[in-house]
Design a binder for this molecule. Structure first.
Ligand SMILES: *[C@@H]1O[C@H](CO)[C@@H](O)[C@H](O)[C@H]1NC(C)=O
Ligand SMILES: *[C@@H]1O[C@H](CO)[C@@H](O)[C@H](O)[C@H]1NC(C)=O
Ligand SMILES: *[C@@H]1O[C@H](CO)[C@@H](O)[C@H](O)[C@H]1NC(C)=O
Length: 271
């Protein structure tokens, strides 16, 4: 969590270069746009109450709208681990894949659609969200999604659905397609003026009970697939940095973000 915290703080620091601990003013607010699936969603609606200093999550109330109830990493970073005022615009939707035409998630609002919504709503830097390259951070956590509940019965099980892909596609050929699609979406945010990007990688879902129950071969095959995905994600981020030297991109390995993983494993993988 330290990593994430210091990363969001970096956004504040760069706008108040001389003051490493900007406590006083609210001139350092960070516009935090997030995209992803159930790990990230807070039920935010672009047409509801917008984030403001007195209500940094906008809507719904902090601690509601998440997949499992309570706060998730977005709420935590916005309101608890923040080094300055953070305003959160969270476009993530549970069940999302990167692009339904590549891997079908369990929502129409895949990551590509979330970026469409960003384009339609916030890319023009409206008066309600006057973000700039310096004061905004774009967070992506994708690569995991829910199986369609109709396939699994009443119990919500979570699987890595690069994942749904892992059963029937080859990691070495397919994950580059997924990551290329992700890169194209990041490129669109860049075109709109975003320069600071944060990526959370895919946590070790291979060791979740759902996969363990299917035996070691599945666990191993899945872990291998996941490793390829995460490697491709890292390569994409490195490539993007090389081609966009005015940008800051950072990957947070979810493995080291212990509090997130613990709470996710307890609340999501086991439910
Ligand atoms: C900054 O603080 C002022 C006065 O408290 C408030 O009116 C304004 O909305 C704040 N702006 C931001 C972006 O936080
Ligand atoms: C962190 O966010 C909360 C909620 O918006 C705010 O009350 C608090 O002042 C922020 N902390 C700092 C250090 O700016
Ligand atoms: C699975 O792997 C673990 C550790 O490598 C081993 O102890 C266990 O016996 C294996 N189970 C099966 C069913 O092969």
């Amino acid at each position: 969590m330290k990593l994430l915290n210091s990363w969001l703080m970096a956004s504040a620091i760069s706008t108040v270069a001389a003051r490493p601990w900007p406590r006083a003013a609210n001139t350092t607010s960070t516009y935090f746009f997030t995209f992803g699936n159930s790990y990230t969603q807070t039920g935010f609606s672009t047409t509801g109450e917008q984030p403001s200093p007195s209500n940094p999550m906008g809507n719904p109330a902090l601690g509601t709208g998440t997949t499992t109830g309570g706060e998730n990493w977005v709420g935590y970073l916005t309101t608890a681990q923040n080094a300055s005022l953070v305003l959160s615009y969270n476009l993530a939707v549970g069940g999302a894949s990167i692009d339904n035409s590549l891997v079908q998630g369990s929502t129409d609002v895949d990551l590509a659609s979330q970026v469409d919504i960003f384009d339609e709503t916030y890319s023009s830097k409206p008066a309600s969200a006057p973000w700039s390259a310096e004061n905004s951070v774009f967070g992506f956590w994708i690569g995991i999604n829910e199986r369609n509940p109709s396939e699994t019965g009443p119990v919500l099980t979570v699987e890595l659905s690069i994942g749904n892909a892992f059963y029937n596609t080859d990691a070495d050929t397919f994950t580059p397609q997924l990551i290329a699609r992700l890169a194209s979406l990041v490129e669109r945010i860049y075109s709109a003026g975003g320069r600071k990007f944060l990526f959370l990688n895919v946590p070790p879902t291979s060791r979740s009970p759902m996969f363990i129950d299917q035996g070691n071969a599945t666990v191993e095959q899945h872990a291998a697939y996941l490793a390829v995905y995460n490697r491709n994600l890292e390569a994409m981020v490195d490539g993007f940095k090389t081609n966009h030297t005015d940008s800051v991109l950072s990957i947070v390995a979810v493995l080291v973000v212990v509090s997130i993983v613990v709470s996710l494993r307890r609340r999501v993988f086991l439910c």
